[in-house]
Ligand binder design. Structure first.
Ligand code: NDP
Length: 447
């Protein structure tokens, strides 16, 4: 499979040791493919067993989360925290609450997080966590009871200098607030143990916007290098959660026209351009379905099912919903309709087959690790502000975010070029992210 015998051996062990975790295998395979030239140029990494160590989490915690629903019935969910790699800083990565969550999903996300966090240039290691709890349709009280139970166990494993979780799918400001409150009560300490906090209790300005804005800053830089821009471009964005909403806001501000958004039931196509204030009201305030959009905008179309969104003609596509949402057929449809740039707001939204369709057709392709790193970067800025007991203005945080995203783009581009893979930002991001972690691991000995 790989040219390197060493990498083949590592991949075989990963598959054998982690059966029935296909998403984790997929994430590891993609990184190892990119590392072929690095391993060839650096035999010391093989000698020190860097790759077999980096694919094995430092710690995996799996726990029971019992809670009472509004009818007084006992409910039991499963919670996870994967502390993957702490070579360059405390573990950092979000918590996902979604029924599809199991250990393989958390491990794929935690593994990706190592390289993403390294790419930000900030001192944060890789981790991820979550639960198969579904916040959809639950009352605020049910969500609170679940979050308190979840944090009762999680609090034993995290801390401001050890592991700092954040939000992800199904975990927004409400859930972070409940978990922060419970941590503080249990530990009697007011520390920045979670990021994505509300502004009244230690949150950072611009954290809510950061992933979506950062995605557009990265994409803009990639477009500029190719002599293109968002100006007058037609943009299709999947999802309608945190990342999709703020990607829509920034893409529009940069001159693009966003014509479609989706959720897990279907998508809306508004050729006049998406009415973002309405989407914010529906999704952030009322927690409703995207199908409601057409009630206010009868001229827009609503289609059941998520995949059809990729058949809408566009110049730029930003998948911002979930893993493996964009397959080979969808990638071919995008290419056939003239799409020239794709950047991933979600984690691993494009299947490997879709990525090769983009790459073989000369589509500019910004992989998640690089393109969506703005969220975690701003979380790290929130940690800095918490440590200083000080807050930066929105403009200060946004300017730092922009700098970080431009640097991530340049580092990914340059790393790809250095190893003879010009224009391959997947390889470039993996290599640039890996090098810093590998060097730190080498320096710290066999741990
Ligand atoms: P949200 O929960 O705010 O929104 C998720 C969106 O994706 C919703 O519109 C949801 O629809 C949709 N979605 C979820 N699962 C599916 C599915 N199986 N099929 C189709 N659509 C689906 O999450 P975020 O916006 O925070 O996260 C989106 C992606 O971005 C995830 O991959 C996450 O890991 C990644 N990410 C998020 C960061 C952040 O800062 N928030 C940082 C970096 C990456 P519905 O409401 O129907 O479930």
């Amino acid at each position: 499979m790989f040219k390197s015998k060493y990498l083949n051996g590592v991949m075989e062990t990963v598959i054998k040791r982690n059966p029935a975790e296909p998403e984790f295998h997929q994430a590891v395979r993609e990184v190892l493919e990119s590392l072929e030239p690095v391993i060839e140029a650096h035999p010391e990494f093989e000698k020190a067993g860097i790759v077999e160590r980096i694919v094995e989490p430092e710690r995996v915690v799996s726990f029971r989360v019992p809670w009472l629903d509004d009818q007084g019935n006992v409910q039991v969910n499963r919670g996870f925290r994967v502390q993957f790699n702490s070579a360059i800083g405390p573990y950092k990565g979000g918590l996902r609450f979604h029924p599809s969550v199991y250990q393989g999903i958390i491990k794929f996300l935690g593994f990706e997080q190592i390289f993403k966090n390294s790419l930000t240039g900030l001192p944060i290691g890789g981790g991820k966590g979550g639960s198969d709890f579904d916040p959809k349709g639950k009352s605020d009280n049910e969500v609170m009871r679940f979050c308190q139970s979840f944090m009762t166990e999680l609090s034993k494993h995290i801390g401001a200098d050890c592991d700092v979780p954040a939000g992800d799918i199904g975990v927004g400001g409400r859930e972070i607030g409940y978990m922060f409150g419970q941590y503080k009560r249990l530990r009697n300490e007011y520390t920045g143990v979670l990021t994505g906090k509300g502004l009244t209790y230690g949150g950072s300005l611009a954290r809510t916007e950061a992933t979506g804005y950062g995605l557009c800053y990265f994409t803009d830089e990639m477009l500029k290098d190719a002599g293109k821009s968002f100006k007058d471009a037609t943009v299709v964005i999947s999802g309608s959660g945190n990342v999709a909403i703020y990607a829509t806001e920034k893409a529009t501000e940069l001159g693009g026209k966003v014509v479609a958004l989706s959720d897990s039931n279907g998508y809306v196509y508004d050729k006049n351009g998406i009415d973002l204030p309405l989407v914010k009201q529906l999704k952030e305030v009322e927690r409703k379905r995207i199908s409601e959009y057409v009630k206010t905008h009868p001229e827009a179309e609503y289609h059941e099912g998520c995949k059809g969104i990729w058949t809408i003609p566009c110049d730029i596509a930003l998948p911002c919903a979930t893993q493996n949402e964009l397959d080979e057929e969808s990638a071919k449809a995008l290419v056939a309709n003239g799409c020239y740039a794709v950047a991933e707001g979600a984690n691993m939204p494009s299947t490997p087959e879709a990525v090769s369709v983009f790459q073989s057709n000369g589509v500019l392709f910004g992989p998640a690790k690089a393109a969506n790193a703005g969220g975690v970067a701003t979380s790290a800025l929130e940690m800095s502000q918490n440590s200083m007991r000080y807050s930066w203005t929105f403009e200060e945080v946004d300017a730092k975010l922009k700098d970080i995203m431009v640097n991530i783009y340049k580092n990914s581009r340059d790393a790809a070029e250095k190893y003879g893979l010009k224009g391959n930002f997947v390889a470039g991001a993996n290599i640039a992210g890996f090098m810093k972690v590998a060097e730190a691991m080498m320096a710290q000995g066999l741990v």
